[in-house]
Design a protein around this ligand. Structure first.
Ligand code: MN
Ligand code: MN
Length: 467
């Protein structure tokens, strides 16, 4: 062996997926990503993602868990929690107390929520007040086309609102100051350049003809909303309406190597998780796909991953499969369970190399990222996966041709972040983060490399079928 050969044998080299996969795999990758873009367009809110996940689950032979009284190996079921959180499972042949295999992603993304009393008129225009959701850079959300997605419940029932996505639809906008008059604004810190209370969405500018009412534009808006949705202003108080970037997912690059779209954190992992569970038949261990809400604000609430929903559904599966679910049985299932927390990592951005540590950062195009720990500073708020578990996952990836890379979120002390991993780990399961590197994370237009989307799908599939 020459020293060069010896070095290649002994050292680790990150691989570029495009250089490793054959034409058949590339065709599979492209087909997957075409379908992925459709999923992104149909699911711009957590509720829409759940509707789409249910549609796909039923198309793939899954039935509601609460509709079946008993389960047997090979059965496919799903359960929806409050329209924003879903779990799907394929029952395995092995004794379930040996644990299940969970892949868990989140389907909420940074956005602007309407406040409870959002509508007002000022300077001849009608606007909607918003409250931002999740960690977003506020300046990125001005002067771009926005769409309205949500649900409003009126005395005549619940209505779904989607405006700004169809080709003939109007869109909405948060205006920004012209540079000519932005002397004061431009000298502010970026965190303060756009203030949260100035993130008001322009919704109308045409006054209703009226001699009696002063707020004529507001009157016109209320009339339009009442005609279309039978709603009154007070119905905003109980509604859930989200403002998201308008428009469809696109290919990015001359070679179409990237997908560009809003909400890829974490719908890229949610979609590939769904595709992976839909693609498996008769696994040894029960396979579970879990799509959570509220990750972007700390996984709180009854639809977030800190909710008991996942445990409750696993207990229900155990009971329907074995006839009973004792405390000891569910404890054993949970203890022996492994989870891939499928969430995105930060891909190295060539414009901002200085915040990444190149030996340990993730690169777009180098495959699914296995992230042993997240957190910030001295690994605070991190679930640090054990050596044994990381090795087990590594072996499954390598044995099944999954191209993967390690991931750390930027330089130590540069910042940090968390995923649902810490909350899943708290249940006493083994967990590792495994997801797609993203460029411009949390921006209105995020980028992922198509080959990484494909490798995430392959990773979850390999995990389900081989652990
Ligand atoms: Mn995420
Ligand atoms: Mn995020």
């Amino acid at each position: 062996m020459t020293d060069k050969e010896l070095f290649e044998d002994l050292s680790y080299q990150r691989k570029n997926v495009y250089e490793e996969i054959d034409d058949a795999a590339k065709a599979e990758m492209n087909a997957l990503c075409e379908d992925y873009k459709n999923f992104l367009d149909r699911g711009k809110t957590e509720r829409e993602c759940v509707i789409e996940a249910v549609r796909l689950a039923e198309e793939n032979g899954f039935v509601p868990l609460d509709k079946v009284t008993s389960l047997k190996p090979g059965d496919k079921v799903y359960a929806v929690n409050r329209k924003k959180n879903i779990l799907a499972a394929v029952i395995g042949s092995e004794d379930i107390t040996k644990g299940v295999n969970i892949v868990g992603a989140h389907i909420d993304s940074p956005r602007l929520d309407l406040k409870q009393n959002p509508l007002y008129e000022k300077t001849g225009m009608a606007l909607l007040k918003t409250h931002y959701y999740g960690g977003l850079k506020k300046y990125q959300w001005t002067a771009l086309p926005l769409a309205i997605h949500g649900v409003v419940i009126t005395e005549s029932g619940s209505k779904t609102i989607t405006i700004g996505e169809e080709p003939g639809d109007p869109v909405f906008c948060i205006t920004d100051l012209l540079p000519h008059l932005a002397k004061d604004q431009m000298s502010k810190k970026m965190t303060e350049g756009i203030e949260a209370e100035n993130m008001n969405v322009l919704i109308a500018g045409m006054p209703a003809p009226s001699d009696e009412v002063k707020e004529k534009v507001k009157l016109a808006v209320l009339k339009l909303l009442n005609e279309k949705y039978d709603m009154k202003e007070k119905d905003f108080q109980t509604a859930e309406i989200e403002i998201v970037p308008a428009g469809a997912a696109r290919d990015v690059g001359l070679d179409r190597s990237f997908v560009g779209a809003y909400g890829q954190d974490d719908r890229v992992c949610a979609y590939t998780t769904l595709r992976a569970i839909f693609g498996i038949e008769n696994p040894k261990k029960t396979a579970v796909a879990f799509l959570a809400d509220k990750e972007e604000i700390g996984s709180m609430g009854n639809t977030g991953s800190q909710s008991a929903f996942m445990q409750m559904m696993i207990a229900e599966i155990v009971e329907k499969l074995t006839g009973a679910c004792s405390v000891t049985a569910i404890n054993r299932v949970i203890t022996n369970t492994a989870c891939m927390s499928s969430d995105v990592n930060a891909a190295v951005d060539p414009n901002y190399e200085s915040v990444y540590e190149m030996n340990n950062a993730t690169f777009a195009g180098c495959g699914v990222a296995l992230t042993k720990y997240t957190g910030a500073r001295g690994k605070y708020d991190s679930s640090d996966a054990s050596a044994e578990f990381v090795y087990e996952m590594r072996k499954i990836m390598d044995d099944n041709g999954v191209i993967w890379q390690t991931g750390e979120l930027g330089k130590v002390d540069q910042g940090g972040g968390g995923t649902i991993a810490q909350y899943v780990a708290n249940l006493n399961m083994d967990v590792i983060d495994a997801g797609v590197p993203v460029l411009s994370m949390h921006a209105p237009f995020e980028l992922t490399a198509k080959c990484d989307v494909y490798m995430a799908y392959r990773a979850y599939n390999a995990f389900y079928m081989n652990r």
